[in-house]
Design a binder for this molecule. Structure first.
Ligand code: HEC
Length: 230
């Protein structure tokens, strides 16, 4: 039936291209049209958490840490439930990573605490003997960029319809809201209030002094982010 086509390589090539392109479109287009569906209980990041996420990206943590638990027993035993796509609905960009020099951090908020991170980020070797993770002492004195974090939250709210200030369904049937102030000044106030809760659990004096002076150290934002990874 298609002998005439087999004798004409050009049209045969075009035919193959059309078939593969069509199959591709059938697979790809629905994903763009459909909004990615967040898993029940997945909340957008607060401004402080976004700011910590930016610190995480700036310092290249993903060069050594993945954020994706694969569906294998040895992974779920160690890190917890394997990752589902709906958990990344508010991750822009996602930070799956491809390198695990250090452990996966997808669910680190379940088994590490604020004071553990405080000691570990300052001196990993002191907490985990033999650790090759670098020290990050400057995070205890550098200010986090809260204004940019607020701008990012406002951008994803407008562009991607991220549900700030809206009821978000939780696993137990209740609803929760993540607040996003309409102004950058309001965003700074919210982030500082959240930072105070975290710094209260820390012992570093530089951090406490900065927060008392109305500034948010990078380490506090980073810990807020790490605690949110569950
Ligand atoms: C050079 C590679 C490397 C880089 C870069 C790195 N880490 Fe690590 N990280 C490790 C290794 C190795 C471990 C395991 C030993 C330890 O706990 O210190 C680890 C452990 C951790 C743990 C403990 C996880 C657990 O389950 O016990 C956390 C949290 C962590 N890193 C956060 C970070 C953050 C945040 C950054 C970026 C600021 C970062 N790491 C950058 C290599 C790295």
């Amino acid at each position: 039936m298609f002998h005439w086509l087999e004798k004409r390589p050009f049209f045969f090539g075009v035919g193959i291209f059309l078939v593969i392109a069509f199959a591709g479109l059938v697979m790809i287009i629905p994903h763009f049209v459909q909004q990615s569906r967040p898993l029940i209980g997945t909340k957008p990041y607060t401004i402080l958490e976004i700011s910590g996420r930016q610190v995480y990206m700036q310092n290249g943590c993903s060069n050594c840490h993945s954020q994706l638990v694969r569906p294998f027993k040895h992974e779920t035993d160690r890190y917890g439930a394997y990752s589902l796509s709906g958990e990344y609905a508010y991750d822009r960009p996602f930070l799956w990573g491809s390198e695990r020099t250090g452990p996966d951090l997808m669910r680190v908020g379940n088994y590490r605490t604020t004071d553990w991170h405080e000691n570990h980020m300052l001196d990993p070797e002191g907490v985990v003997p033999g650790s090759i993770m670098p020290r990050y002492p400057w995070m205890f004195t550098n200010s986090a960029d809260i204004d940019t974090a607020w701008a990012e939250a406002e951008t994803v709210r407008v562009v991607f319809n991220t549900p700030y200030n809206k009821d978000i369904p939780m696993m137990d049937g209740s609803f929760e809201q993540v607040k996003l102030s309409a102004t950058v000044e309001g965003g700074r106030t919210d982030a500082l209030a959240e930072a105070k809760l975290i710094s209260a659990e820390m012992k570093n004096q530089d951090v406490k002094d900065m927060v008392a002076a109305g500034k948010v150290p990078e380490i506090v934002a980073l810990i807020a982010y790490l605690n949110s990874l569950k």
